[in-house]
Design a protein around this ligand. Structure first.
Ligand SMILES: Nc1nc2c(ncn2[C@@H]2O[C@H](COP(=O)(O)OP(=O)(O)O)[C@@H](O)[C@H]2O)c(=O)[nH]1
Ligand SMILES: [Mg+2]
Length: 252
């Protein structure tokens, strides 16, 4: 079984991509399941095969501990690891080829607290990968792009598994995705874009962060995807196959 964790800022398209990718694999003849690890999800654009909300209920937590919605969400997210065995058992009983795992809306609750690293490390699977979504709505300026790239690097530090960077919601930005892909792959182009657009104080900070990111290997093969039109699914699944099957022969 291959485990694919979907991460990204709130609203970046994690849940819709979970739905899209699950359908994509199933249409190609693999057996993929959608796993919801977001205890705070009010509604989901897919019917989860395995759902943390069966074990953790935000309303009960709010009532029992007299917490507001925010406190209850943090509490609930911290509890995910304590119910992980049940989630694992459910996944095992389905024996999927792929588990597509939707993570909590706010990425910091998953990545920066203990539950995310614990689950990524302990899930029983042959291989795992982390998808990180660069929301096209957020990375439309070079400074914002660098900020999200910094977040991506920070999440890589926390969730130790091969990472794939995606540009989500490609269908919403017309031809702008080309410019964003250029920034991702060409540091000099990004730095000069920062210089053109940013105030001098932002330039110093933005280019300083960028240079430091470059030292740890700043250059993305950012894959543009749309969970609405299914664009980019071919490229994404080919990249996942390369990660999972390594040197083995790649099927189409
Ligand atoms: N046009 C478009 N909208 C998208 C896409 N992916 C997500 N959305 C929309 O963006 C919003 C947030 O998506 P969601 O999957 O809930 O984000 P999450 O918070 O990261 O799980 C929803 O209104 C989705 O319908 C996409 O590829 N294209
Ligand atoms: Mg979501």
């Amino acid at each position: 079984m291959y485990a694919i964790f979907i991460t990204g800022t709130a609203g970046s398209g994690k849940s819709l991509l979970t739905s899209c990718l699950t359908q994509w694999f199933n249409a190609k003849g693999s057996y993929a399941i959608a796993v919801n690890l977001d205890p705070g999800a009010l509604s989901l654009p897919y019917e989860p095969d395995v759902d943390i909300r069966d074990y953790i209920d935000i309303q009960t937590i709010m009532d029992s501990y007299q917490l507001g919605p925010n406190g209850a969400l943090i509490f609930a997210t911290d509890l995910i690891a304590t119910r992980f065995q049940e989630i694992q058992d459910e996944i095992d009983s389905l024996s999927p080829d792929y588990a597509i795992i939707d993570t909590p809306g706010q990425v910091e609750l998953f990545a920066y607290r203990n539950n995310g690293p614990y689950i990524v490390e302990n899930i029983k699977c042959d291989e795992r990968a982390i998808l990180f979504l660069f929301d096209s709505m957020l990375v439309s300026t070079p400074i914002n792009f660098v900020s999200i790239a910094l977040l991506n690097a920070s999440i890589q530090l926390r969730l130790r598994a091969p990472h794939v960077a995606l540009l989500s919601k490609k269908d919403l930005i017309g031809e702008k995705w080309k410019k964003i892909l250029k920034w991702a792959s060409d540091r000099a182009a990004l730095e000069s874009a920062i210089k053109e657009e940013a105030r001098s104080i932002d330039y110093l900070l933005g280019s300083g962060i960028l240079r430091n990111l470059a030292r740890i290997g700043f250059s993305y093969e950012l894959i543009p995807v749309s969970a609405v039109t299914q664009e980019g699914m071919v490229e994404l699944s080919a990249t996942l196959t390369r990660i999972f099957k390594g040197g083995e022969e790649i099927e189409d």
